[in-house]
Write a protein that binds this ligand. Structure first.
Ligand code: 5AD
Ligand code: SF4
Length: 347
C-alpha cells in the first residue's frame, strides 16, 4: 500500500482534520487500499451514527422545470418529457399515507416550477406539519431569502440544494444562467434560517477532475452541511451530455467513504442513482458510510416521468412494498430501520 495513503488513513483514524492533500490521497485509493478506506468509513459511521438507517420518503410533486441543466432529463428544452404537477390535495394525501406507514420524513422535491408560488408551498407545508408529525424537507431549488423564510415559518425543517460541483467554471457551463456563488449563498441563507441543510454532488461529471472532487468535499465541510447526497452522474440521452461516460460505482463509493471520514456526524443517503448504475449499489453504500435511504413515494403513475436520468431504480414499488424490501436489506446488514425523525445530532 502507498505510504501516503497509510498516513492519511491513520490521520483519519485518529480523528485529525484531513487537509486537501490527505483527501486527494484517500480518493486515489487503489483496489487494495479501497478495502481499508471502506472499512474505516463503515466503522466511523457506526461510531457516530449507530446502526440505525433513516428512511425519507421522497415525493416528486412536479417535473416542470424552467432550468436547462445540461445533465438533467427534466431540463426545459427536453420536449420528450410528459410533464405533470400534483395537486395540493394529492401531495398532502401522499404525505399522510407515508406517515401512516411509518415514514417520519417526507422530502418534497420538484423542478424549478414557478407554478408553486410561495403561498402554495407554505400551505402544503403547514398542512403536512399540522396533520402529521413528519419532518418536512424541501427541495425546490434556488429561491429568494423571503421565500425560504416563509417555508421555514410554515414549518419546513430541512432543505436540499445540491451544489452539484464546486468548480465555478464547470458549474456555469453545466447550469446555464446560474452561478455557483448564488447557490452557495442560498445554502448559507437556509442555514441562517435554521434549516438543516443538504448538499451533495455528482461523481463523474464530464470535465470534473480529482481536484474538483476534493473541493466538493471541502466545500460541504465548510458549509457545515447536515446531509449530503453523493451519487454518480448518469448520462441522459436527451441532454447535451448524452454519450458521455457516467460516474462509476467505485469512485462514488470512495467519495462517499471519504465524506464520512471528514464529516463523521452528517447524514449520507445511499443514493438511488448508485442503485441505478449497479444493482446492489445502495447496500454497498450503506457499508461505506451511508446511513439513510430515500424511497420514492410519488404516486406510481407519475414516477416514470420524473426522469432526471434514464432507468431510475425504484419506479414501480408501492411505498409499503418499499418499506418491506428496505427492512429486509437493512436486516441483512445487521442494522435496523430508525423510528425517529433522524435529525442530525451535531457532535
Ligand atoms: N445523473 C445523476 N444525477 C442527476 N441529477 C440530475 N441529473 C442527473 C444525472 N443525469 C441529480 C442532481 C440533482 C438531483 C435532483 O438529481 O444532483 O440535484
Ligand atoms: Fe431542473 Fe433540477 Fe433538472 Fe436542473 S437538475 S433541469 S434545476 S430539475
Amino acid at each position: 500500500m502507498d505510504k501516503r495513503f497509510i498516513k492519511a488513513l491513520e490521520k483519519a483514524r485518529r480523528g485529525r482534520l484531513l487537509q486537501y492533500d490527505d483527501i486527494l490521497v484517500l480518493l486515489s485509493a487503489g483496489p487494495q487500499e479501497q478495502v481499508e478506506l471502506f472499512t474505516l468509513a463503515d466503522r466511523v459511521r457506526r461510531r457516530y451514527m449507530g446502526d440505525e438507517v433513516h428512511i425519507r420518503g421522497i415525493i416528486e410533486f412536479s417535473n416542470y422545470c424552467v432550468r436547462q441543466c445540461c445533465y438533467c432529463g427534466l431540463r426545459a428544452a427536453n420536449t420528450g418529457v410528459k410533464r405533470y404537477r400534483l395537486s395540493e390535495e394529492v401531495i398532502v394525501h401522499t404525505a399522510q399515507k407515508a406517515y401512516r406507514l411509518g415514514y417520519r420524513t417526507v422530502v418534497l422535491q420538484s423542478g424549478e416550477d414557478p407554478y408553486y408560488s410561495i403561498e402554495r408551498l407554505a400551505r402544503i407545508i403547514r398542512r403536512i406539519k399540522m396533520e402529521t408529525g413528519l419532518a418536512v424537507t424541501m427541495s425546490v431549488g434556488e429561491r429568494s431569502f423571503a421565500d425560504y423564510q416563509r417555508m421555514r415559518e410554515a414549518g419546513a425543517d430541512r432543505y436540499l440544494l445540491k451544489q452539484e460541483t464546486s468548480d465555478p467554471v464547470l458549474f456555469a457551463k453545466l447550469r446555464p444562467q446560474t452561478i455557483l456563488e448564488d447557490r452557495v449563498r442560498c445554502l448559507k441563507w437556509l442555514k441562517e434560517l435554521g434549516f438543516q441543510i443538504g448538499s451533495g454532488n455528482m461523481v463523474g461529471l464530464p470535465g470534473q477532475t480529482m481536484e474538483t472532487l476534493v473541493r466538493d468535499l471541502v466545500l460541504m465541510r465548510e458549509l457545515d452541511v447536515d446531509m449530503a447526497g453523493i451519487g454518480p452522474f448518469i448520462p441522459h440521452p436527451k441532454t447535451p451530455l448524452a454519450g458521455n461516460p457516467g460516474g462509476t460505482l467505485v469512485m462514488t463509493l470512495k467519495v462517499l467513504a471519504v465524506a464520512r471520514l471528514i464529516m463523521p456526524d452528517v447524514n449520507f443517503p445511499a443514493t438511488t442513482a448508485l442503485e441505478t448504475i449497479h444493482s446492489g449499489g445502495r447496500k454497498l453504500a450503506l457499508q461505506c458510510g451511508a446511513n439513510v435511504i430515500m424511497p420514492n413515494i410519488t404516486p406510481v403513475a407519475c414516477r416514470a416521468h420524473y426522469s432526471i436520468y434514464p432507468n431510475k431504480a425504484g419506479t414501480k414499488e408501492e411505498p409499503e412494498e418499499c418499506l418491506c424490501s428496505i427492512n429486509k436489506l437493512v436486516g441483512e446488514l445487521g442494522r435496523k430501520v430508525s423510528t425517529g425523525l433522524g435529525d442530525r445530532i451535531k457532535i
